[in-house]
Design a protein around this ligand. Structure first.
Ligand SMILES: *Cc1c(COP(=O)(O)O)cnc(C)c1O
Length: 389
């Protein structure tokens, strides 16, 4: 028998989806309008402005794709990687592999510059690889959710532009939680999702394109874009000037993203970034006080997704199960190269507060003890000291 839903209450401390802002849920219960209604285009315009602020760009072409983050990734690759062209992927985690896979399906010549999962390249290494390979398009993952590692793309973009290449950056986890500085970095195409740093449910993929990349797409790309749904030239006639029907946009999701962006604007973007950074620092202080280690070097840790190493003798599944069964807390484990080796813990949006960080640390320590680990010291005093500092 089908009856009214009653979902369990979870505390989403994983890599996403993250908790949804209460005001976003409220916005989602409002009446929909048509997908060609002037009110809908007011919303897409406001969403564009809000997204540009979060990305740190003045781009004219910024949209929310009707898709999850992977749809934004597919859009970036399908539009900006031509068949037979040279596609250079900086590969240091799971989502770099997904970019590689998409590049192959576009029949590009894919070349990978590898690093172990959780490490990143020096500016010199980025530069050397690009000048050597002279690709048409370069892709990297700014915030690698599978490892917790940040890659700065400044030198990469500079070198890419010297050889006439476009740069795609996966900014899925970072958007709304830490600075991306798109224009300053020189990124040409970036995409994200609604359900990680933005405090909304999954369903939309913010995507932005630089004037340079747009010029290439409209004037220099020779072959037909091999996907209809993700063809940015067609989409620009819907979201841009002509406002011509392309697909029926998920109106409720646009309400959600609009409200999530309004919530970010009310807090202030810089304040919000700083809030995430502070909680990350307190979390790391707590982890290290227990005698555990972080997988990623301090200078490259994300501000909203942390990867403590699983201590020797502990099975990560025991800890995760304990947290879920006793407190409804969801955290994630590692996968691929990092399976069984790290925990992946998100402090994003709603849960990136002192109270929720300390709550998580307390329960995480309890779960670790229950799984056979004896901490050197308790996590909470060190975390509290980090807040006070
Ligand atoms: C989550 C994620 C994706 C994929 O997004 P979906 O919304 O799951 O399709 C891509 N790249 C990174 C870095 C991610 O964290």
């Amino acid at each position: 028998m089908l009856s009214t839903l009653n979902p369990p209450k979870r505390l989403l401390y994983g890599p996403g989806p993250s908790m949804v802002e209460p005001r976003v849920y409220d916005a989602m219960s409002k009446s929909i309008v048509g997908h060609l209604d002037p009110f809908f285009f007011e919303i897409t315009q406001a969403v564009k402005t809000g997204l540009n602020t979060c990305f740190g760009t003045a781009n004219e072409f910024t949209v929310a794709m009707s898709a999850t983050g992977s749809g934004g990734m597919e859009t970036a690759v399908a539009n900006f990687v031509e068949p037979g062209s040279k596609f250079l992927v900086f590969a240091n985690g799971f989502f770099c592999d997904r970019l590689t896979e998409m590049g192959k399906r576009q029949r590009a010549e894919v070349i990978r510059i590898e690093k172990p999962w959780g490490e990143t390249w020096t500016p010199e290494e980025q530069r050397e690889a690009i000048l050597r390979e002279k690709p048409n398009t370069v892709a990297y993952v700014a915030a690698e959710t599978s490892t917790g590692c940040w890659t700065d793309g400044t030198a990469l973009c500079e070198a890419a532009h010297e050889v006439g290449a476009l740069v795609i950056a996966d900014c899925v986890t970072a958007l709304g939680s830490m600075p991306i500085n798109l224009d300053q970095t020189g990124i040409d195409i970036a995409f994200s999702c609604s359900q990680k740093g933005m405090g909304c449910p999954p369903g939309l993929s913010p995507l932005t394109v630089s004037p340079r990349a747009l010029n290439w797409l409209t004037k220099e790309r020779k072959s037909l874009i091999p996907t209809w749904y993700f063809d940015l030239k067609l989409l620009s006639e819907y979201f841009g000037g002509a406002k011509r029907y392309h697909h029926t946009a998920p109106i409720t999701m646009f309400y959600a993203l609009h409200e999530g962006l309004a919530n970010i604007a009310d807090e202030g973007l810089e304040k919000r970034f700083e809030r995430h950074r502070k909680n990350r620092n307190a979390f790391v202080a707590g982890i290290e006080a227990m005698g555990m280690e972080m997988h990623v070097h301090r200078g490259h840790q994300l501000w909203n997704l942390m990867t403590p190493k699983v201590p020797a003798g502990v099975t990560d599944m025991d800890v995760r199960k304990y947290l879920m069964e006793n407190y409804g807390i969801e955290i994630a484990g590692g996968f691929g190269e990092l399976a069984g080796k790290v925990f992946r813990i998100g402090l994003m949006g709603v849960l990136a507060t002192e109270k929720d960080t300390l709550f998580l640390l307390e329960k995480f320590e309890e779960a670790l003890r229950a799984s056979g680990f004896t901490p050197k010291a308790s996590a909470l005093p060190a975390a509290k000291a980090a807040y006070a500092a």
